[in-house]
Design a protein around this ligand. Sequence first.
Ligand code: NOJ
Length: 556
Amino acid sequence: MTQELTSPSPAPQAAGTGRGPGWWRDAVIYQVYVRSFADSDGDGIGDLRGARERLPYLKDLGVDAVWLTPFYASPQADGGYDVADYRAVDPLFGTLQDADDLIRTAHDLGLRVIVDIVPNHTSDRHPWFQDPELARQRYLFRPGKGESGELPPNDWESVFGGPAWTRTDRGDWYLHLFAPEQPDLNWDNPEVHTEFEAIMRFWLDLGVDGFRVDVAHGMIKAPGLPDIGHGAQAQLIGAQVLPFFDQDGVHAIHRAWRRLLDGYGDAHGKHVIGVAEAWAPTSERLALYVRPDELHQAFNFQFLNAPWQADALRSVIDASLAATASVGAPTTWVLSNHDVVRHTTRLGGSLARARAATLLMLALPGSAYLYQGEELGLPEVTDLPDEVRQDPAFFRGGRATGAAGPGTDTEAAPDGVAAGGQDGFRDGCRVPLPWSGELPPYGFGPGGSWLPQPADWGGLTVAAQTGNPASTLELYRAALELRRRLPGLGDGTMSWAPAPDGVLAFTRPGLLCTVNTQGHDVGLPAPGTPLLSSAPVTVDGATAQLPGDSCTWWAI
Ligand code: NOJ
C-alpha cells in the first residue's frame, strides 16, 4: 500500500527540549487490543478510527503511552500475529492514513504510541513464503525423517499444540512454533535482518515511539535443530532454555535493534524504545534482554504469574528488582494482557484482590502495563460457545485441559497461551469493551461485537463507572493521578517495612504501601494517613484495620 502521508508528529515533550530522562522508565502503558477496543464502522471489529476517537478517554485515565496490538495486513489466523504485509494496515482495521491520524492525535494529547513488531514468523500469505525459491532461503525448511521423509524433521511441538512442522506439497517440511499459518523466519539469512530494520524505520518515520517485540526470545534456533526428547514442551517454556526459545544468539539481534533505535532517537531528539515479550526461565536470564545495549524493557511475566500470597509476591518483587538493577534497567510490572486470563478471574474470581493487586503494582518502582478493560474490573468471559472461538490454540487442542482453573494459581503461561479461564484459551480475555448503555454491544460500536459480550456488563461500562468513587475505573484514575503527583514514585527507591504475616508493607518516596493478602481484616499500628485504598480502610486512634484482600497507600 502506498499513500502520501505528511511528516510525523513530534513525540510529547520532545520538541526543542532535547530528550530528557528516559520516559519509559516509569511509564504506565495501556495495551489497546485493537480488535476489541472500539469499532467505528459497525462491522463488530474494533479499528484504528475507533481507537483514535477514544484516546481522550486514555488521556483522562492518566496513562503515558498506548501499545497497539498488530493491525497490519493479515489473514488473522492468530489475531493479526500472522503478518502478510508489515507496512500495510489491514482493511479490517482501517488504512495507513488512520494509523497516521491515530499517532498524531495521541501525540497531540501527550500520549506516546508503541506498536507491535512480529519478527519470529510471518503469515504463510507473506510474499516471501508464497514464492518457493525465496521461501526456502528465508524460512526454516528441512527434509523429513523416515523412509520417504514422511516424519517431521525433529520432535518440536507448536506452542498451540501438535507438531511444530508442516509438510508442503513439495514433500519438505517447514517450522512453525505457533500455527501452521505462521512459518518461522530464518534469521541466519541477512536479508531477514535488513528487512526488519527497514520495517522498523518505516514505522518510526510514521512517528511511533517504540516497538513491542513479539516472541523476542524466539528468532534463533539451536544449531542442528536438536530433538528435545519428550513431549508437553509448552510447559517447559519459561522454565528452561529450549533449542527454540531463549537461545543466546537472539541477543545479537536486540543489540543491532538498540543501535537502530538509539540512532533514530538521537537524530530526532527523542527516545524510541523496544520492549521484549520474552519468556526466560529466571529473572536473571530475562534481565539479559534489557542490558544497556539491548532492549529498554521486558515484560515481567514472573510477577503476572505470582500467586496471591505475601511471601510469593515479595520474592518475585525482590528477584525482579535485583535482576533489572544488575543491568541498570527499570523493572516492568503487568497483571493482564491479551494472552492470559484477566486478573480479576485469575486471582480467585475476586475483584477485591484484582483491585489490590493493581494498587500494589502501581506502587512499585518502574513501569507498568495495563490491559484494556482491567480498569473496569472486567472478568474473564468463561462461557463462550465453541462456534465463536477464534484462538488458533482452541482448534489445535493446545493448552486446554489440565490447565489450572479459575481461582487457582496459574501455571506459567508461556508465550501465547494462558492457563485458567474457561478452558485455558484466550478468547475470554478478548471480549470487546463495554463503553456505555445497558445492552450489548454497550457502545463498542454501531454494529455488534465479534465475540458476544455478557448480558450483565451494563454496570461495568465506562459510563456507568465514571464519577462513582467506589468504582474500579475511578480507583485506577485516582491511582494514576497520585502516581503523577508524587515525585519519585515511578523510578525511585523502595524499602520493605515490618508487617504481620500475610501482609506486605513497603515505603516509596512520599508513601507507604500495605497489602493484606489474607481474606480477613488485619490490624496494625496506623502507618500514616490513608491516601488511597482498594477497599475502605479504618483508622481508630493509633490502629488501622486493613480489610481482607486490600491495598492501601498511606501518606507518611
Ligand atoms: C505472543 C502474542 O502475544 C500472542 O498473542 C501470539 O499468539 C504469539 N506471540 C505468536 O505471535
